[in-house]
Ligand binder design. Sequence first.
Ligand code: BGC
Length: 453
Amino acid sequence: MGMAINQLPRIREECEVFHLSEKQCREIMSRLHNDLVKGLGKDSHANSIVKCWITYIQDLPNGKERGKFLALDLGGTNFRVLIINLGENHFDMQSKIYAIPNHIMTGTGIALFDHIAECLANFMKEHFVYEERLALGFTFSFPLKQLGLTKGILQRWTKGFSCSGVVGEDVVQGLKDAIARRGDVQIDICAILNDTTGTLMSCAWKNHNCKIGLIVGTGSNACYVEKTENCELFDGEPGKPELLINTEWGAFGDDGTLDFVRTEFDRDVDVNSINPGKQIQEKMISGMYMGELVRLALVKYTRMGLLFGGRGSDLLYERGNFYTKYVSEIESDKPGDYTSCMEVLEELGLSHATEADMAGVRHVCECVSRRAAHLVSAGIATLLNKMAEPRVTVGIDGSVYRFHPHFHTLMCEKIAQLVRPGIQFDLMLSEDGSGRGAALVAAVACREREVQA
Ligand code: BGC
């Protein structure tokens, strides 16, 4: 065998496009800050890219919520139904995951809601509450213009969904109608909320400093507690000094704001998605796209002769074949060890990869995931600086944050660098994400209804 030239230095050079300098991060922060202010402003809101929807969640849970509640969680890779029993200082939760088949994700809204209602009814039977009248919290993780706690108009689908007849409609009504069409179960939909909100609520139950909810999963988004005086947009009763805002920052960049750091790979992912031009920040960060970004880079470097001796594979050249979970697996290998990396490459028909190739592949993964962590950190630092509180806990959920071996550490380091001196923060993994949060919101809403009655 001839001496192979070590191509790693050239791969490193190519990967520079994924690197965000501190200066670029700060520029991103100032642009995001402007977009957040625009989103919250009465006159600027309509044309704003980052929407900053008001959630109408009035109170964080105080730990005194009691009773049995149902919750639905729709919007990631899975659809979940949950039942939660809140007791003193403990809760008991059971849940079941249901598939949303592809034809339903891209079919009609009616079929989607009928499917959800059917899963719900089956779940109630299995848990012996089919005859009971229960309150339900609905986590619906798409951009919603909320008009109240139980009314939300879908603005756009994201993350591969595209059911017809739902954009512009009230999603709660859609679900109510489907339940009524069945006519067998009795459900009070007490709240509809975003998964970021559910995550925040879930963490706030235990940690009262929790004022930001973040998802780095299939999609990317954050919500945070804002002073009512900064929310011109809000036209409800003043009363409360603070409001919970769903930023929908995944849309950041849809007007070209992020073009100065986007790469050819980002443009490729976007152009070939079902929502081109939309959710630009999300497409640079989240689990639905991260693996594909890596794959596109690997393909380019292979064609340049920098990887695999220039010989790729049919599987590598085909869209969608490099899963985001591979990135987490490959980066979980210890330094100098390539066990997971080798497995992934074998799965992709690349068993001719040398150790140098594996080092190259790992480097690409590291650059793409590090950029994602830095972009998320720039977003969180922007919120922390805007809130200007001495100490805030960020409640986090989502597959990328949960399963990537270094995401948490990368975020801690980057946020610390970007945040204003004197502001402290903690990053807290949500134990059971948005599902429990939805039940809690339903519980708080019920608590309030009882107080009013
Ligand atoms: C949705 C958000 C959601 C995020 C994380 C985005 O695509 O627009 O509403 O919070 O994904 O699931």
